[in-house]
Design a protein around this ligand. Structure first.
Ligand SMILES: *Cc1c(COP(=O)(O)O)cnc(C)c1O
Length: 348
């Protein structure tokens, strides 16, 4: 059989998360907010009204309109994906020929690298400095010198929680000869989106998701925003029925109540600041300021703390190797969850 497999995937590993049950799960940057009864009822209605025998709307028209209203963009500039994860893959498949290069900073979101390799491209990894700062000029020079076709940047960055200032984002877009993908998965927690510039730049693509601030990771719903020329090109590659009807109908319910979303975001930010303040009191920790819904911690004892917490039923994200060895990333939980984790860490 093996001779029929792709040679270049030989040492790839399937992306597996595992299905263990933890009492407190703070490893995946999910929202801690549960939908109230009224919204749950509307969701059930949406499910009931789904026509199961019919194919879904291939262009997710209702969702594009609603999301456009939510972010202040025109629906014609929006493509909907089965999570923004799928949109990353659609982007690599649209722009990369075999052997083409893409670029990312390190550390950043690992899926950029994985989908680039699967598209038979290669990833140029640009390291951040000791304090995780980006040298903007060096980034631009590297992208252009290496002739990268795509630059991926998450803003705020996962896993650091850092932001890139608007003027720097604009400098990058204006000076890179590549497509620039700004992945705004956590933008609600920061606020200074670059979506308003999508029609000003030929090479800008913005990604957003319902998995983080909207608390809907389960339904797999992501959005791409770009100028019409890029949208038309990317649509050639998008699978026609990539977003199923259940997700479209439920997503429409969730996007209608903007005040509810804003209220939840504010609640999460409040908890983030509490957790940040408390973590900073722990002498052995270096705690990074975050503009997302998680906090990155550097500590020599990261592995031991992680093992200790797992035994107590608490799951954080631990990084075992490379630049992030000795780091833990903790998703902001409820006040109760945060306090339990803090007290266990203090016990340790
Ligand atoms: C979580 C995350 C995503 C994935 O979002 P989905 O819409 O759930 O696929 C994309 N980019 C970054 C930086 C993320 O942290």
């Amino acid at each position: 059989m093996e001779k029929l497999f792709r040679e270049d995937l030989k040492y790839f590993k399937p992306y597996k998360v595992g299905k263990e049950n933890y009492k407190i799960k703070l490893d995946a940057n999910e929202s801690f907010i549960k939908y109230p009864k009224e919204i749950e009822k509307e969701i059930l209605n949406a499910v009931q009204n789904t026509m199961f025998n019919r194919y879904p709307d291939e262009m997710s028209r209702d969702l594009r309109k609603l999301y456009g209203e939510y972010i202040g963009a025109d629906e014609d500039n929006i493509i909907v994906g089965n999570g923004s994860d799928e949109l990353i893959q659609i982007i690599t498949n649209t722009f990369l020929d075999k052997g083409d290069k893409a670029a990312m900073v390190m550390p950043d979101f690992s899926m950029y690298d994985i989908y680039t390799e699967i598209a038979r491209g290669s990833m140029v990894k640009i390291p951040l400095d000791d304090e995780f700062n980006i040298d903007i000029q060096n980034l631009i020079d590297t992208v252009n010198k290496e002739k990268c076709k795509i630059l991926f940047l998450s803003n705020p960055n996962n896993p650091i929680g850092r932001i890139i200032k608007r003027e720097d984002i604009i400098k990058i877009i204006e000076n890179c000869n590549s497509i620039v993908v700004i992945d705004e998965a956590y933008m609600e927690f920061y606020g200074d989106s670059i979506i308003d510039k999508c029609n000003c730049y030929k090479n800008l693509i913005v990604l957003r998701t319902c998995s983080k601030a909207l608390g809907a990771a389960a339904i797999r719903l992501g959005f791409l925003i770009a100028n019409i020329e890029l949208v038309e090109e990317i649509l050639k590659v998008k699978p026609p029925f990539n977003v199923n009807a259940l997700t479209q109908n439920v997503g429409s319910v969730l996007l209608k109540d903007k005040d509810f979303i804003i209220k939840n975001v504010n609640k999460i930010i409040e908890e983030r600041e509490y957790l940040y303040k408390e973590l900073r009191k722990i002498k052995e920790f270096k705690v990074y300021k975050s503009y997302a819904n998680f906090i990155l911690i550097e500590t020599k004892n990261s592995d031991k703390i992680n093992d200790f917490l797992i035994k107590k039923g608490i799951k954080l994200r631990s990084f075992k190797e490379g630049r992030l060895k000795n780091f833990l990333r903790i998703t902001v939980g409820t006040r109760e969850e945060n306090n339990i984790v803090l007290s266990k860490i203090r016990n340790f």
